[in-house]
Design a protein around this ligand. Sequence first.
Ligand code: AMP
Ligand code: MG
Length: 307
Amino acid sequence: MADPNPRVLPYGMAAIDEAARRITRGECVAVPTETVYGLAADAGDAAAVAGIYAAKGRPAFNPLIVHVPDLAAAERIAMFDADARELAARFWPGPLTLVLPLRDDAGIASLVTAGLPTIALRVPRHRAMQALLAASGRPLAAPSANASNGISPTRAAHVAASLGTRVPLIIDDGPCKSGLESTIVAGRTILRPGPIAAADLPFAAARRHGDAAITAPGQLATHYAPAKPLRLNAREARPDEWLIGYDSIIGDDTLSAAGDPVEAAARLFDALHRADASARARIAVAPVPMEGLGEAINDRLARAAHR
Ligand code: AMP
Ligand code: MG
């Protein structure tokens, strides 16, 4: 059970200063946006992002939305085409998230995008999130600040009830205006409906439901998986296998020699990419126990193995 009494500070200089210090130290903090309260961490810090998943207790890794202060900051992270620039000019700051090709030198942890070559970006309007972006000087990954399977929080009290002291600080700036998660657009496809309606977009947008495959140009994967065959629960490498180790099983690459699932989560997607890029034809992965983030790691590995 979550401790019902986390630290809550009203929006203001003191709250933002403390929140920015915590972000810089690699912690997460809960902060309101115009959509819902987000659980924010430095998007460039893999361990901090793993901390988001640990706090939410998510059983799987989904790519997270990254919040930036303005279009210029967004363009340093992703590549914009004419449509994306038009959407940004029209709706940012605001409840619109754009999925765009990630730049190589973006400095974003691979856990944020779950290994995908695309990234979801948003410029929020809310004063608290904007102040935290300015004070921390970092792009902030921030999913909704609730435990996995909980309802999205629109008040500080909802965050406290759901996450308790798993979040060290909650910035309270009253109820969220929208209460609805941002509209997500990739190219001319709406991945998630939200406060900005399809009719508001400057082009006719397709709708995608759930995980249905996109057949339109520029196919968009929702989950990264390595191209090579992957064997689970490996205790040693067979010929032509690249071994990803864990705990006492040391591989060509090791997720966490200390057997720490948070460290392993932070390194998972980089390890898969290195395995895919290696000269070996196959990938083997050591067993990762189901404790803590181990569940999400195993979910990802199982999908990668059973393509
Ligand atoms: P949230 O939980 O509000 O942070 O929303 C995250 C959602 O954004 C994910 O579940 C995806 O549906 C979507 N998303 C984020 N990044 C990507 C991406 N690179 N490609 C496609 N969808 C994305
Ligand atoms: Mg959510």
